[in-house]
Design a protein around this ligand. Structure first.
Ligand SMILES: C[S@@+](CC[C@H](N)C(=O)[O-])C[C@H]1O[C@@H](n2cnc3c(N)ncnc32)[C@H](O)[C@@H]1O
Length: 295
């Protein structure tokens, strides 16, 4: 089949089913018409089954901001964000340019979802600087090709430390597909001092809501697979986890003043007056998070 035929088939697949990229965008309150009814219905239904789902996704986004800030403090100014999704509030380049504009960070976003990639290109075209920010369509598993595409942007100097972001992505990859192999490759390609920022949904067999939502993802473009803490820890290989290690997203170097973090208008929806999800650690208890450094 021609490349156009492949793209058309892939596009159809991405429109017939809810997609993890667009569901997540909806749950974050993504700007513009980036998600579709099929994604919003999924989000609304599953958000009722697992009420911490939306707050946890937002905690994940807030963690990303703190991790990007930590990377910049360590002098790392290049970011490769694999499975970046749609550019919503608190995107890597947005945080980097806000907390350290002088660093002029370079960011390459990578996703294999055509719609996510197309929207990324449009939004970056409108709001970003192409000489520092670009979006690439590539698959995590096609690691050689992905790496070549990332380097072809000319934005990443592979001899300088890079912050590799793989957040809320690996739980959409099944063990039989061996997501550890591409990650090993990416870790080996990066020089000493590079960082790996990773989040992943933790398995909890007792949590019926979590298990039900995980099963529901089987009908989306990205079936989910939850992992144990040890399995998540193994994705960092022999890299050294920075303090406080692998923990809940909300507990990874939380800021005292959370008003400086992304804030969504409906964050306190469905909660008793005066309570906030972000003041409540339960909201952080879906995704484990860690940042590790290559020795
Ligand atoms: C839930 S979103 C995470 C977005 C962002 N990383 C974050 O944490 O805020 C998961 C993303 O992973 C992408 N993804 C899933 N499998 C992928 C693959 N094999 N290659 C590249 N991207 C993939 C999806 O398209 C989606 O955009």
């Amino acid at each position: 089949m021609s490349e156009d035929g492949d793209r058309a088939d892939s596009l159809k697949l991405h429109l017939d089913k809810a997609s993890s990229a667009r569901i997540y965008d909806y749950m974050l309150g993504g700007r513009g018409p980036n998600n579709y009814a099929i994604d919003r219905v999924f989000g609304d239904v599953q958000g009722k089954v697992l009420p911490t789902m939306q707050p946890a996704m937002r905690e994940n986004r807030r963690f990303i901001g703190r991790a990007v800030e930590a990377a910049l403090e360590l002098g790392v100014r290049q970011f490769i964000d694999i499975g970046s999704g749609l550019p919503s509030l608190g995107q890597t380049h947005e945080v980097a340019d806000r907390v350290a504009p002088e660093a002029k960070a370079h960011v390459v976003y990578v996703d294999n979802e055509l719609i996510a990639n197309a929207h990324s290109e449009i939004l970056l075209g409108e709001e970003a600087e192409p000489e520092r920010h670009q979006a690439v369509l590539a698959d995590y598993f096609a690691y050689g090709q992905l790496w070549r595409k990332v380097l072809a942007t000319g934005l990443i100097d592979p001899k300088q430390p890079v912050c590799l972001m793989v957040t809320a992505v690996l739980h959409f990859m099944l063990p039989e597909d061996r997501p550890d192999i591409p990650l090993d490759y990416y870790r080996r390609k990066l020089p000493s001092g590079s960082l790996l920022v990773l989040t992943h949904a933790l398995d909890d067999p007792e949590d019926e809501g979590l298990q039900q939502v995980a099963r529901a993802y089987e009908n989306t473009t990205s079936p989910a697979h939850l992992r144990t803490n040890e399995e998540i820890r193994s994705f960092f290989g022999d890299w050294e986890l920075l303090e406080p290690g692998l923990t809940w997203t909300g507990l990874w170097r939380p800021k005292e003043d959370r008003s400086v973090e992304p804030w969504w208008e409906d964050d306190t929806r469905d909660l008793p007056p005066g309570e906030t999800w972000w003041g409540n650690n339960e909201a952080a208890m879906i995704y484990r998070a860690g940042v590790a450094r290559k020795p």
